[in-house]
Design a protein around this ligand. Sequence first.
Ligand code: HEM
Length: 249
Amino acid sequence: METEKRTQISAQQIDNRDLSEQIKEVTKDSHVRAENTELMLSFQRGQVTLPQYKLLLCSLYEIYQALEEELDRNSSHPAVAPIYFPTELARLKSIENDLEYFYGPDWREKIVVPAATLRYCHRLRQIGKENPEFLVAHAYTRYLGDLSGGQVLGRIAQKSMGLKSSEGLSFFAFPGVSSPNLFKQLYRSRMNSVELTAEERNGVLEEAVRAFEFNIQVFDGLQKMLSVTGNEHQESWKNSEAVHSKTLP
Ligand code: HEM
């Protein structure tokens, strides 16, 4: 009886825990897997190449376009409004600048992404329409990641590719965030203020695991494309699952 009571209390305590703690916990293993993808290992070892980085930027462009369009469209939704920080966090313009730097003015015609990127974007647009509260999970996964490990990765990438200052690396820079750590605290408290039913909260937690999974699949897809191309020749991508995003619906 006593044991049963204690179990009930701990189950309740778990339910009462902050969303920011729960989301970190449920995605812990996925984070380790994401860190250990070939692409992320190349970054960490200081071995990221220009072809790898350029290709990653193409996918980030598609992903942030979908994410930020859906966040903008749902900005007054009660689950989105508290975590809506376009001035501080929006990445799309920075990515566009970086793409122009690397690919030139006609960069839009050169965007190529693996099928996994399109699946990720499709999911973002679907939940933007059907379950806007799940956008919390996707915004968390990308933006808090960019403000955490992403900061170190930016500096490593600059060195690995021998780039001067921050040329082509504005994706990693958050001029509107003076202290990433303080901002992450604010972001977590805003996440914790979102009112969710138990069912919605579980949905958000599941979606966060899914968001990491999408990222892992994108990274794996990019590595496959690079191995098919021998890092250089875009033409041979037609034999892989790579797609010109412009040709898709
Ligand atoms: C947090 C490293 C890749 C998403 C962090 C933190 C570090 C880190 C050091 C801070 C942990 C803390 O404050 O307790 C790295 C490294 C990576 C990597 C070295 C790869 C080379 C990724 C990827 C994603 C991601 C690919 C997702 C797409 C996150 C998130 C957080 C985080 C959401 C915030 C966790 C929280 O405080 O709730 N990462 N990371 N990371 N990372 Fe990563």
